[in-house]
Design a protein around this ligand. Structure first.
Ligand code: AMP
Ligand code: MG
Length: 271
């Protein structure tokens, strides 16, 4: 599938129609082909990130949201591991601490917004405050209902001040989540990832999908768009993510800074 068509298909504009989307979509790629495409995309991403870091005129914020076992961690591993770690910040957001709960919900988020030159990945984010908080009733409706507007304005402010934002929902099926949970239960090296609370969230699957649909619809904007990436097949997912990031880095269009004009580079020899 052509790159532009792929991004158009993944991008949310209005109702994301989550129940209509194929979580196992491979976009016509075979696994080997997708792995080769991913490797090609990573070469481009590496070069773009080097320029972003040198240029220091803008930053990229990548918001990753998903149900448990949808592959947030493995996405970060796959896509970010090839980049220069000096220019990448991965920030997870878990249950708020006592101190964080004592502030507004954007306080802890804003503190981790990226600095010029950097790519910051949020592993969960302020969206939890209209997802888990809504589904589990941690705040009354009159409180979380207002947050979509806050979030849109907050993100627009970051964009206006030089941060590019891309938001990705990893769309996993309930069946695939079951398979991955079972693997976590069986494999000693994966048990650490499993929490009993994950089953409570799984039991509320439909409520979560409704909350995701609302959040995506209300906060996908031209400047801070949401993309829904099919997440059942990791190799197809990786190509999608890399292409989304490449598109947004190309929009930033970073350039290496001009070298020092006082230096005659060809005339200098270093003993
Ligand atoms: P994980 O990302 O799977 O390690 O788990 C982090 C947990 O923190 C998830 O169960 C989230 O639902 C929870 N969490 C993240 N942000 C919030 C929030 N603002 N309020 C309540 N729970 C949250
Ligand atoms: Mg978890």
């Amino acid at each position: 599938m052509a790159k532009k068509d792929l991004l158009d298909e993944l991008r949310v504009d209005g109702d994301p129609d989550l129940s209509e989307r194929d979580t196992a979509d491979t976009f016509g790629w075979e696994r080997e082909e997708a792995e080769a495409l991913f490797a090609e995309e990573m070469v481009e991403l590496v070069e773009l990130q080097k320029k972003l870091f040198a240029d220091k005129s803008a930053s990229l914020l990548v918001v990753l949201q998903a149900m448990d076992a949808a592959g947030k961690d493995s996405t970060i591993r796959a896509v970010m591991s090839g980049l220069n770690p000096a220019g990448v910040d991965v920030q997870p957001f878990g249950v708020p601490t006592e101190e964080e709960r004592g502030h507004d919900y954007l306080w802890r988020i804003h503190a981790h917004a990226p600095e010029d030159g950097y790519i910051t990945v949020f592993n969960r984010s302020h969206y939890e405050d209209v997802l888990v908080v809504r589904v589990k009733g941690f705040a009354p409706e009159k409180v979380w209902k207002k947050r979509y507007d806050h979030i849109r304005h907050f993100e627009q402010m970051l964009v206006d001040e030089g941060t590019h934002i891309v938001k990705i929902f990893l769309n996993v099926s309930k069946d695939k989540q079951k398979e991955r949970f079972e693997e976590r239960l069986e494999r000693p090296d994966k048990r650490w990832k499993f929490r009993l609370g994950d089953l409570d969230d799984r039991a509320l699957w439909d409520d979560y999908m409704q909350a995701y649909a609302d959040a995506l619809e209300k906060t996908s904007t031209d400047d801070a768009p949401w993309y829904v990436v099919p997440a059942d097949k990791k190799w197809a997912r990786n190509v999608c993510i890399a292409r989304i990031l490449r598109h947004h880095l190309e929009k930033i269009d970073p350039e290496y800074p001009e070298p020092d004009s006082d230096v005659d580079f060809d005339a200098i020899t270093v003993d």
